[in-house]
Design a protein around this ligand. Structure first.
Ligand SMILES: [Zn+2]
Length: 193
């Protein structure tokens, strides 16, 4: 089975910024009418470790400014920053999701703009997180992807995971959750604990 339900392919979605924002706004507007109080609870210790993973996975992003986007996307240039996939461990309480920890995804294959792996055999797995590293712009500036991509959300919608988190900068998390009746809430409220 080459690509599991929790495989991540963000490459195509990164070129579609404006429609993504429009979609997020419409999802948020729809969610705010429907949601009672589903939340994702993430303890500070877990948040700290997610920050560490993101920082480690983002190293050297600024060493590839001389390579064009296609070279970066194909991964044929310098091996630098790569996405990372982790399996979130926790439990659910009605519509809410409590994350208590995570482990690396099995069979992880990491690229600059995509990551694959699976959490199928992880006891207590309730979903996944992955990272969005900076991309190097033509002037050497950091191009960030601030949030879950259209493809991320589409993949999540078609699966059974209860929660999906992307870390796109330090202390910058975007979260989607699946409520007990199956509806997708994005962006989902994030509570520290
Ligand atoms: Zn993504």
């Amino acid at each position: 089975m080459p690509f599991r339900s929790n495989a991540r392919f963000t490459l195509t979605a990164r070129a579609i910024r404006l429609p993504l924002i429009a979609l997020l706004v419409s999802i948020a507007a729809g969610a705010s009418r429907l949601v009672m109080n589903p939340v994702v609870v993430v303890p500070d210790t877990v948040r700290d470790s997610l920050n560490s993973v993101w920082t480690q996975a983002n190293l050297h992003w600024n060493e590839i400014a001389d390579q064009n986007t296609l070279t970066q996307a194909l991964g044929t240039g310098k091996p630098t920053q790569k996405e990372y996939l982790g399996c979130l461990i926790g439990d659910t309480d009605g519509d809410s999701v409590h994350v208590i920890g995570w482990i690396p995804a099995q069979d992880m294959k990491r690229f600059q703009f995509a990551v694959t792996g699976n959490c199928d055999n992880v006891p207590g797995s309730i979903g996944t997180f992955h990272t969005h590293p900076y991309r190097a712009g033509p002037e050497g500036e950091a191009l960030k992807e601030p949030g879950l991509s259209t493809q991320d959300l589409s993949t999540f919608s078609g699966g059974t995971d209860r929660v999906l988190i992307v870390v796109w900068d330090v202390d910058s998390l975007d979260v989607a959750l699946r409520a007990s009746d199956g509806r997708i809430v994005h962006p989902a409220p994030l509570l520290p604990r």
